[in-house]
Design a protein around this ligand. Structure first.
Ligand code: TXA
Ligand code: MG
Length: 319
């Protein structure tokens, strides 16, 4: 049975019955449930096999809804919301008590964003309740940027993927929280640190690889393909040591040649980091379909979205 559908009314019905729908956003597809339904939220954790200590992101459709969810908005948070919403920025703010502990993993803060996707904005207007939605992939796997990625993961378990095309930005939202009113970046993402700092000035960065993170995307192995993946400074040199291996290459803006390269994926011949970001996960999904011995990814320039790409590639590698 094909679970992919464009039927928003059907998605509203499923969600209203405390079941889950995968929703399109401009970053990645989410696995969504009503934030006020304990049953739905538990299903999200179960379906993803995600540990309960990892809190979820709440999706709303208008800035007005924010005041129902959070108790305090620092001035710099307001400025970021005014600048980037709807869009790929998640704010972590002090929560109101109405937000269930299950959604926030018992924290007194909640992560919230307005996604920039017309289908999901319409869905959110029609449900009336906000949707908790982590990326729609089993825990630790590559995030989905097409409806097909989601149905490949969850066919037989999930009743519907709401079709919204390929995700334009292609990696998760940037997460900003506040400690003593000062901004802290918890996850690099679709909006570069430089763009954020243009709006609110210096931001401290806690996007570390940690063993016990407060963001699952921060786990040292995450966003990982099934194929063993290496992140290297110079792919052409690295693969010389593996002449008998079937290799897939993922690289920014050029092509390299070797007899044992089975598939060569250049993310932007135009040198465009935004284009490269939008293709990153779809390319990793694609590379995973060739029975390769290894994927060799070459490090991207460490500026702007290149930092976000390197962050994800770094977590995709086996250590
Ligand atoms: O682009 C995105 O953000 C996508 C789409 C579906 O919106 N969602 C997404 O969700 O990436 P997920 O669950 O894969 O990542 C949510 C991140 C996690 O790293 C989580 O720990 C962090 O948000 N987070 C949620 N609540 C938090 C909180 N109160 N404090 C710190 N981090 C929080
Ligand atoms: Mg995720």
């Amino acid at each position: 049975m094909n679970i992919v559908s464009k039927d928003i009314a059907k998605a509203v019905e499923i969600l209203s019955n405390e079941n889950l729908v995968s929703i399109p956003t401009e970053t990645v597809y989410g696995l969504a449930g009503n934030i006020y339904s304990e049953k739905a939220i538990k299903k999200i954790f179960a379906m993803k096999e995600r540990p309960f200590f990892n809190p979820l992101i709440v999706h709303i459709h208008s800035p007005a809804q924010l005041t129902n969810i959070v108790s305090y908005i620092p001035a710099k948070a307001q400025l970021l919301a005014d600048t980037f919403w709807p869009g790929s920025l998640t704010l972590v703010l002090k929560k109101k008590s109405i937000i269930p502990d299950l959604v926030t993993a018992g924290k007194d803060t909640v992560a919230v964003r307005i996604p920039n996707h017309p289908v999901t904005l319409e869905l959110l207007r029609q449900t009336g309740f906000p949707l908790a939605a982590p990326s729609a992939n089993p825990f630790g796997c590559i995030s989905p940027t097409q409806s097909l990625h989601v149905s490949n993961y969850f066919e037989g378990k999930l009743s519907m993927v709401l079709e919204g095309g390929s995700c334009q930005n292609g990696i998760e939202s940037t997460i900003i929280g506040f400690e003593n009113d000062e901004p802290v970046l918890y996850r690099l993402g679709s909006i570069s640190l430089e763009e954020i700092e243009k709006v609110i000035g210096k931001v401290s960065v806690k996007n570390k690889k940690e063993k016990s993170p407060n963001a699952p995307g921060m786990l040292s192995r995450h966003y990982a393909p099934q194929t063993t993946t290496y992140l290297v400074d110079d792919a052409a040199t690295f693969i010389k040591d593996f002449p008998n291996q079937k290799i897939g290459v993922l690289i920014f803006n050029k092509k390299i040649d070797a007899p044992n390269i089975v598939v060569m994926e250049t993310l932007s011949l135009q040198d465009n980091l935004k284009e490269a970001t939008s293709k990153l996960y779809a390319t990793l999904h694609h590379l995973d379909t060739f029975e390769l011995d290894m994927i060799v990814a070459e490090r991207f320039p460490d500026v702007g979205l290149g930092k976000s790409i390197n962050d994800r590639l770094n977590r995709a590698t086996k250590k």
